[in-house]
Design a protein around this ligand. Structure first.
Ligand SMILES: *Cc1c(COP(=O)(O)O)cnc(C)c1O
Length: 413
C-alpha cells in the first residue's frame, strides 16, 4: 500500500481499504445493526474467526471499521479498535487484559476521570501504583512480578508534564510489561508513536481528532510491538495463528463485544470528517499556543505558566526530542492567588467549558472543577494549586485571544 505524508493520509487513507457503494467518497453511515448472510456458512465462519465479516453492530460496522483503518494507517500501527468514548477505550482495555492479582503502574499526572477509574479498578483486586512518571527511577522501583501495564499520558493536563518515553518503554520491555500511552494531548500531528517504544496507544477521539465538540469517541491502537505470547492472560480461544493479533482479538471480544461501549456509526462518521482537518487546525493551534504562553509568561498578573514551549518547563528538552510541536494545552496560576473564577468571568471571547482540543479556545478553573473530587494530598501530589487556570487553545485569530486575556488579566490585578 502506498504511504503518503500524514496530512494526505488523513484525507485519503480510508480509500486504500474500501470501495464504497456508488462511488461514494465518504464512508457512508452504516446504521444497520444486523448483517445478512445469504449462505449460512458465512456466519459460521465469521463466528469461528475464519472469515472477517460484520455480524452485529456492537462488534463492528463498516463506518467504525473505516475510522479504525484511518487510525491504523496514521499511526503506522498493527490495528485499532474504536470505542464510544476515550474512557470506554481505557476501561475496556483494562477489563479485557487484567485479572485479579495483577499490578499496574500509573502516572500520578493523569486526566482526572482516568485517575478516578484506576481507583475503581483497585476495588477489583488489581493493585495500582501511582507514581511520578517523570522520575524513571521511581517507576522502576514499582515493578513487580505481577506488573502488567505502565500507563502514562504523552503530555499530561493541566500541568503538561512529559515522560521520557524511551526510558519508560525500555523498562517495560525488559519486564514484558505493556507500555501504554494516552496520546489525547499529543495527536499524530505532533507525536509519532512508531518512533518510540510504545506498545499500546489509547486516545480520546473526542478531543483534537474530532476537533469540533460534536462527537464522543475513543480508540486503542496496537503498535504491533508487544510480544503477546509472553502475556499470561490471552485466552486460548484468542491465540490465533498470527500471534501478533492476540491482543487485538482479545480486546475486540472481551473488551468491545462483552463490555459493549461501542462507537456509534454516526459518531464515527463525524470523527472521520473532523480528523481530515486536524493538520490544518493543528498549525493554527500551535501558533496560538506558543504566542499565548510567551505572552502570559511575561505578564505581571501571572505567577507561573506551564507549557512545554517555555525554556523553564521541566521537560522542555524532552518535548524537543519527542514532539514536533509543543501542544495546545497550557495552564497558569494567577499572582497573589487571585480567584480563577473571577478572572474567567472577565473573559469575553474565551469560553468557560470543560473540554480540550476544540476549535474554540476554552478556559477552566482547575481545582474547583475537574479536581474537585480529589483530596488535598492528591492535589498537592499532582501539583495543582487554587488559582490554576487551564486553557485549551483554539483556532481563532491570535490577536483576539491575546486581547481577551489582556482584558481579563487587567481586571484581575
Ligand atoms: C478527555 C480525555 C480522556 C477521556 O476521553 P472521553 O472521550 O472524554 O471519554 C482520556 N484521556 C485524556 C488525556 C483526555 O483528555
Amino acid at each position: 500500500m502506498k504511504k503518503y505524508h500524514p496530512h494526505t493520509e488523513s484525507v485519503h487513507a480510508d480509500k486504500n481499504y474500501n470501495d464504497y457503494p456508488d462511488g461514494s467518497v465518504h464512508s457512508p453511515v452504516c446504521a444497520s445493526v444486523l448483517f445478512e448472510f445469504k449462505d449460512a456458512q458465512g456466519i459460521v465462519d465469521a463466528f469461528q474467526g475464519k472469515k472477517v465479516a460484520h455480524v452485529y453492530g456492537r462488534s463492528s460496522s463498516s463506518t467504525t471499521t473505516a475510522l479504525q483503518n484511518v487510525l491504523t494507517q496514521q499511526h503506522e500501527a498493527l490495528g485499532s479498535v474504536t470505542f464510544a468514548t476515550g474512557m470506554a477505550a481505557i476501561s475496556s482495555f483494562m477489563f479485557a487484559m487484567l485479572k485479579q492479582g495483577d499490578h499496574i503502574i500509573v502516572s500520578q499526572y493523569l486526566f482526572g476521570n482516568t485517575r478516578s477509574f484506576f481507583h475503581q479498578l483497585a476495588q477489583f483486586g488489581i493493585s495500582v501504583s501511582f507514581v511520578d512518571i517523570t522520575d524513571i527511577k521511581a517507576v522502576s522501583e514499582q515493578v513487580r512480578e505481577q506488573t502488567r501495564v505502565i500507563f502514562a499520558e504523552g503530555l499530561a493536563n493541566p500541568l503538561t508534564q512529559i515522560p521520557d518515553l524511551n526510558a519508560l518503554g525500555t523498562l517495560a520491555k525488559k519486564h514484558h510489561i505493556i507500555s501504554m500511552l494516552d496520546t489525547t494531548m499529543t495527536p499524530p500531528t505532533m507525536f509519532k508513536a512508531q518512533d518510540f517504544p510504545v506498545d499500546i496507544v489509547v486516545t480520546s477521539l473526542t478531543k483534537y481528532i474530532a476537533g469540533q465538540g460534536q462527537a464522543l469517541g475513543g480508540a486503542i491502537i496496537d503498535m504491533g510491538r508487544f510480544d503477546w505470547t509472553q502475556y499470561p492472560h490471552i485466552d486460548p480461544l484468542y491465540q490465533v495463528a498470527d500471534t501478533a493479533q492476540w491482543g487485538l482479538v482479545q480486546l475486540r471480544k472481551k473488551g468491545l463485544r462483552d463490555i459493549g461501549a461501542t462507537l456509534s456509526p454516526e459518531a464515527a462518521s463525524a470523527i472521520l470528517l473532523g480528523q481530515e482537518t486536524l493538520g490544518l487546525r493543528w498549525q493554527k493551534i500551535q501558533d496560538n499556543a506558543a504566542q499565548i504562553a510567551a505572552y502570559l509568561n511575561e505578564h505581571p498578573a501571572v505567577e507561573t505558566v506551564f507549557h512545554p514551549s517555555l525554556e523553564q518547563h521541566e521537560q522542555h528538552h524532552l518535548a524537543l526530542e519527542q514532539f514536533s510541536t509543543f501542544g495546545g494545552i497550557l495552564s497558569f496560576t494567577l499572582k497573589g492567588d487571585k480567584d480563577p473564577v473571577a478572572f474567567i468571568n472577565h473573559l469575553d471571547l474565551i469560553i468557560c467549558a470543560t473540554h480540550l482540543g476544540d476549535t474554540r479556545t476554552l478556559a477552566l478553573p482547575v481545582t474547583q472543577t475537574i479536581f474537585f473530587e480529589f483530596s488535598e494530598a492528591e492535589k498537592t501530589a499532582m501539583g495543582v494549586s487554587e488559582s490554576l487556570v487551564r486553557l485549551s487553545v483554539g483556532i481563532e485569530d491570535s490577536h483576539d485571544l491575546l486581547a481577551d486575556l489582556a482584558h481579563g488579566l487587567s481586571l484581575s490585578m
